[in-house]
Design a protein around this ligand. Structure first.
Ligand code: NAD
Length: 494
């Protein structure tokens, strides 16, 4: 078994940006220290990009697109490159997983077993579907050939968060690249190294120079410059609602580029009295705490029928106690550290607000968790709040930490009202053995994804994304490819 502590000591981190197929010095001069939140130490330093870096990367991507070095390949050829890339991701999975774990604090075991597996699957899946999507030729009459073809849009800017840094990146890169676009990727400030390493493997797999460029930098500088750039055709974004709306504004203020926002969530888990209560309670709690709760689809609101709330709560509390945070490099850590001290303060602030508003803490605390060896680490214990009522701040606001709110209801109708009562609409789950109730509730819940008697399930064939304030982009599945293509009509008179 890998000794992650030893591997961490010898981990090599890239120091430059990746543009036009090679490592280049940043044009910006701000040096940023990437902090490992497991112990507060400096993991490494990297020069951040600025507007000139964005101009350089976009011009490179544009040149690569216009000379058709990638878009002009046959779809099967593009697919072969992606499949080779997926193989290299698998071969380098341990190094990438360790890099992620050090950057943002998730348990390295989860980074390897869940995130890297998802990343390789995603890239392979788009590689496999590359040449399996026919265009259309409607029957327009004997004297006409009508064609509807899909063409790559051009230059795509991908701006991604740190919570599943490479999964989110793969969800953007797979479909945009397989369609033939060129890409400029901006990773989150906290996770530049894993993004650069992933992109380097794409080059090794045969992706032509200039097709994928990575510009680490601050959101309000590099992200904004991409959003405002007149030569970017599409922005694909995952992150907070505020920044998602900023991208829509940038688009309106520049060239009206397409923006695909995947934003936050406040997902409800509706537990009806006839459900398998232990499974429902444990999965809901797990879904609220997993990845330190830094998950857009986290089941952060448990909406449970009054008749069964006591039993459900006992199971949820047992689950919380099994998920105490530990050093993410510890092979058995169920939870790691939050991404940063600043984020820890935000999360604990939400818990304190909840208590001030009348909620009661039955597991967890308003204070940080201490993991013995690392007093400088950003750890928060799984926290369960009862007495939460609709409209409270903790019931409405995304926490993005391991905090579960329990809301008691008296009927299926009330559960649906509560589930739909926030600005978000990303995901929901329903727990019942009654097929009719399962269908009724899933139809009535306003969300992009509804899980019935499970949580966070799915594969690459189904889309991921939300409605309402959770945005309107869809990652994964063949539908995601359409986001990065234009339909062209060709009408041929014979
Ligand atoms: P964030 O919005 O702060 O940052 C996301 C990205 O946007 C980062 O790369 C950041 O540098 C950049 N950015 C920040 N400010 C910017 C600005 N003014 N202009 C342009 N770019 C800017 O989000 P985060 O804290 O990194 O991630 C957490 C959020 O992401 C949560 O709200 C979470 O729900 C959401 N998320 C959604 C999904 C989904 O699929 N719907 C998945 C994961 C995370």
């Amino acid at each position: 078994m890998t000794n992650w502590f030893e591997s961490a000591d010898s981990l090599v981190l890239p120091a430059k940006h990746l543009v036009d197929g090679g490592w280049v010095d940043a044009l910006g001069d701000e040096i940023f220290s990437v902090v490992a939140p497991r112990d507060g130490s400096v993991l490494g330093q990297i020069a951040l990009g600025n507007e000139r870096d964005v101009d350089r990367a976009v011009a490179t991507a544009r040149a690569a697109f216009e000379d058709r070095r990638w878009s002009g390949l046959r779809p099967a050829q593009r697919g072969a490159v992606l499949r080779r890339w997926a193989e290299l991701i698998q071969e380098n999975a341990a190094d990438l997983a360790l890099t992620i774990s050090l950057e943002m604090g998730k348990p390295v075991r989860e980074a390897l077993g869940v995130e890297l597996r998802a990343v390789a699957n995603c890239i392979r899946w788009y590689g496999e579907i590359a040449d399996k999507r026919p265009d259309e030729s409607p029957a327009a009459g004997d004297d006409v050939v009508a064609l509807i073809t899909r063409e790559p849009a051009g230059v795509v800017a991908a701006v991604v968060p740190w919570n599943f840094p490479l999964t989110m990146t793969a969800w953007k890169l797979g479909p945009s690249l397989v369609a033939g676009n060129s890409v400029v990727l901006k990773p989150a400030e906290q996770t530049p190294y894993s993004a650069l390493k992933l992109a380097e493997l794409a080059l090794q797999a045969g992706l032509p120079d200039g097709v994928l460029n990575v510009v680490p930098g601050r959101g309000h500088i590099v992200g904004k410059a991409l959003g405002l750039h007149h030569d970017v055709d599409i922005v694909t974004f995952t992150g907070s609602p505020e920044v998602g709306r900023a991208f829509l504004r940038y688009s309106g203020e520049s060239n009206g580029k397409r923006v695909w926002p995947e934003l936050g969530g406040k997902s409800a888990s509706i537990i009806l009295p006839d459900a398998d209560l232990e499974k429902a309670a444990r999965m809901t709690a797990w879904g609220s705490f997993y990845n330190q709760g830094e998950m857009c689809s986290a089941s952060s609101r448990m909406v449970v029928h009054r008749d069964v709330v006591d039993e459900v709560l006992e199971h949820a509390r047992a689950q919380a106690r099994e998920m105490a945070p530990a050093d993410p490099l510890d092979q058995d850590a169920p939870l790691g550290s939050l991404v940063s001290e600043a984020h820890l303060e935000r999360v604990l602030g939400h818990v304190r607000n909840a208590v001030a508003d009348g909620a009661e803490i039955v597991e967890g605390s308003t204070e940080r968790a201490v993991v013995d060896a690392h007093p400088g680490g950003s750890y928060v214990a799984p926290t369960i709040l009862t007495g939460v009522t609709p409209g409270m701040r903790i019931e409405q606001q995304e926490v993005f930490g391991p905090v579960l709110s329990v809301i008691t209801v008296d009927s299926e109708e009330e559960a649906i009202r509560v589930a739909n009562g926030t600005e978000y609409g990303l995901a929901a789950s329903v727990w019942t053995r009654d097929l009719g109730a399962a269908h009724r509730v899933s139809r009535a819940v306003k969300a992009g994804i509804v899980w019935v008697n499970c949580f966070e399930e799915g594969d690459m064939s189904v889309p991921f994304g939300g409605v309402k304030g959770s945005g309107f982009g869809r990652d994964k599945s063949a539908h995601a490819i359409d986001k990065f293509t234009d339909l062209k009509t060709t009408w041929i008179e014979l």
